[in-house]
Design a protein around this ligand. Structure first.
Ligand code: FUB
Ligand code: ZN
Length: 648
């Protein structure tokens, strides 16, 4: 099928009455061309990951928050406990808020009784810790003598407010109950009474060093209809980049969003800020913010994104780094940055209708994001390197390349929980013309006006994706739009018994007709394993290839290659790649087998450098290389790992 480009679609306007109950609910005047559609997963890859989240990760939250001291701090602030503040950071309250948000989305899947009881109890603790003026931050209340907004660069007070607001919106959206929303609004109102432009009469013209409150305030506006929350979000977004915090990129204070030409500074901070920019463009029609968001997304994906969708090249300041500076063993790729990237891209997908945003979401979900949690849902990675060397000495701590039960800075685990618990929200959309499938899962996709289809698939292991129309208006046509991933070189579609050869336009394959219940469409995405090379400016991987299959990035792990290390392996790119389904391995994965060699590396004596080789040696012992999906690495014994493989 040919790929072409088309002109932009028109906005959808109002809220979809059967839309997805999830983190983004468009306001009545939203300029987005798509709105999130509801999906109920009933089998397959992501259902398994979500069940682990529901049965293991989320239920362990209350105990972990108790033992780490987060809940104790809330009791302390409420005057209901004695002792010292526990925790190393001013933002430890957000671990509680992100867990509450995850639990709220989980409640939408059904209530096991126990979870709701924990949620109610913890909301009670949060409400109890709130000051009468609405302010809430246990660090400042307990350690800093109640001072407020005196350390905007590092204090994270508004960052904490943002996560509280998001949790409250989730809880209200799912349960209809006001308890946490009341707390969040009271805090938001206090923030609104304090922050504003110098001529506003409000005492502080300032921003938080860690964006997050901005996108949360937009969602609070969407949930409550109160315009001043949207205005406050717009104020905060636009006050970044004016030197209010000294002008550092770390705090997103180096350049106004509207003028920025590439993503810079602390990756998570940048990405949360850009999610808010996309939200504002969506709700207000601000064309300049939209253009900036599009420009920055393009710059990020072309120059600063790892193959896994991971973001952030520097351990120092958790920073994006320079264009094409994409190291392997020192890749930072914080799990939170992958999550923030999904959040931003989804807002851009809804705003523009463009498939490329969901291409990146797919890559990120299956790789850079999912590697952040172990297969059993009990251990985590904060940083997600693309290589662990033979002989690696692990420093331990939060930034370890070994999975950890919890972190001192525990931002990532509950962030993973909330994304997995709300995952169905990021999979499909609708507009007045029909239903768009962004991500392929087994389950039921529902759009407005009586449209529902069932999808059966074993994706990403197999590329066959079968749709059956279950509900449809009888008397009018609508369009089923299927995203054809950018990596896919061969796509076929059958409608009933006939093959369909419409074009792939901007990544969408659109099938318009008057459907009848029982109509079948089968999409076949060829999942041939492939070797991928990077832009030649990425010095770190010059002369290397990576193995991919479908949306999955693969890696080698030491445990599958006994008899030597991984650093002396070479892949033979002239030999075909083979696929082996391994139900016995890592919860059931498809491995890719490549031909390789273990290089004969001559003893360098005392100096490992020598004259450049004009004809590199091709010798060495032949070895079968077994690649596993990157998301599944670090689930067996500790050892080396690599994504990028030298070719000579
Ligand atoms: O500063 C709060 C969180 O801690 C950030 O989002 C993460 O990058 C980590 O630094
Ligand atoms: Zn994190």
């Amino acid at each position: 099928m040919s790929r072409t480009s088309s002109s932009p679609p028109t906005p959808v306007g109002s809220v979809d009455p059967v839309g997805s109950v999830g983190p983004v609910r468009l306001g009545p005047d939203a300029r987005a061309v798509l709105r999130p559609a509801a999906v109920g997963l009933d089998a397959g890859f992501w259902l398994t990951r979500r069940e682990v989240n529901a049965r293991t990760s989320i239920p362990q939250g209350p105990e972990l928050l108790e033992s780490a001291g987060n809940l104790h701090n809330l009791r302390l602030a409420a005057g209901a406990a004695e002792g010292e503040f526990r925790g190393a950071y001013p933002f430890v309250d957000t671990d509680v808020y992100k867990w509450l948000e995850a639990a709220a989305w989980q409640l939408a899947q059904g209530n096991d009784g126990d979870l709701e009881a924990h949620v109610d109890r913890i909301i009670g603790l949060v409400a109890g810790a709130q000051q009468p003026d609405g302010y809430l931050n246990t660090w400042f209340q307990l350690v800093k003598g109640g001072e407020q907004y005196q350390d905007l660069r590092w204090g994270h007070e508004l960052y904490c407010a943002g996560h509280l607001i998001q949790a409250a919106v989730a809880h209200h959206r799912v349960t209809g109950r006001p308890e946490l929303l009341d707390v969040a609004r009271k805090f938001a109102d206090q923030v609104d009474s304090v922050f504003g432009l110098p001529d506003s009469g409000k005492p502080i013209d300032g921003i938080d060093g860690h964006p997050e409150v901005e996108t949360a305030l937009v969602e609070l506006y969407r949930e409550t209809g109160e315009r001043r929350y949207l205005d406050l979000a717009a104020y905060f977004v636009d006050r970044h980049g004016h030197g209010l915090l000294g002008g550092e990129a770390y705090c997103q204070d180096h350049v106004p969003v509207r003028e920025a030409t590439n993503v810079e500074g602390h990756a998570v901070r940048q990405l949360y800020l850009l999610a808010a920019a996309a939200d504002l463009a969506t709700e207000t029609g601000d064309a300049e913010l939209r253009t900036a968001s599009e420009r920055l997304w393009h710059a990020m994906t072309t120059t600063k994104t790892h193959l896994t969708g991971g973001l952030g090249a520097h351990h120092e300041e958790e920073d994006f780094g320079d264009p094409y500076e994409l190291p392997n063993e020192r890749a930072y790729c914080e799990t939170c940055a992958a999550i923030a990237s999904v959040q931003w891209s989804w807002r851009m997908a809804l705003l523009t209708g463009e498939a490329r945003y969901s291409d990146l979401i797919e890559r990120t979900l299956y790789n850079g994001f999912l590697a952040g949690v172990s297969l059993d849902g009990e251990r985590w990675l904060y940083v997600n390197p693309l290589q662990v060397r033979d002989g690696h000495t692990d420093p331990g701590g939060d930034q370890s390349a070994r999975r950890t039960r919890w972190f001192r800075c525990a931002c990532c685990p509950p962030n993973v929980m909330r994304l997995l618990a709300s995952l169905e929200h990021y999979l499909a959309s609708s507009d007045d013309g029909g239903l768009q499938i962004h991500q392929y899962v087994s389950g039921r996709y529902t759009a407005a006006e009586g449209i529902a289809i069932r999808c059966e698939t074993d994706y990403p292991w197999h590329g066959s994706i079968a749709f059956t129309v279950e509900e449809t208006p009888a008397d009018r046509p609508w369009t089923l739009s299927l995203r054809v991933p950018r990596w896919c070189r061969d796509v076929r579609v059958r409608c009933g018994e006939e093959s369909y050869d419409g074009p792939v336009e901007d990544g969408w394959l659109r099938i318009e007709r008057t459907w009848a219940p029982g109509d079948r469409v089968v999409l076949e995405l060829a999942l041939e394993p492939r070797l991928t090379a990077a832009d030649p400016r990425v010095d770190a991987v010059r002369g290397c290839v990576a193995i991919e299959r479908g949306p999955l990035v693969y890696c080698l792990e030491q445990i599958d290659h006994p008899g030597g290390g991984l650093d002396d392996m070479v892949v033979d790119t002239t030999r075909p790649l083979a696929v082996k389904h391994r139900p016995d391995l890592l919860g059931g994965v498809t491995t890719v087998v490549a031909a390789g060699r273990r290089r004969d590396i001559p003893d360098p004596g005392w100096w490992p450098y020598g004259p450049a080789d004009s004809s590199p040696r091709q010798g060495g012992e032949p070895v079968e290389l077994t690649a596993i999906p990157y998301y599944a690495w670090a689930n067996r014994e500790d050892g080396s790992m690599r994504v990028w493989l030298p070719t000579s």
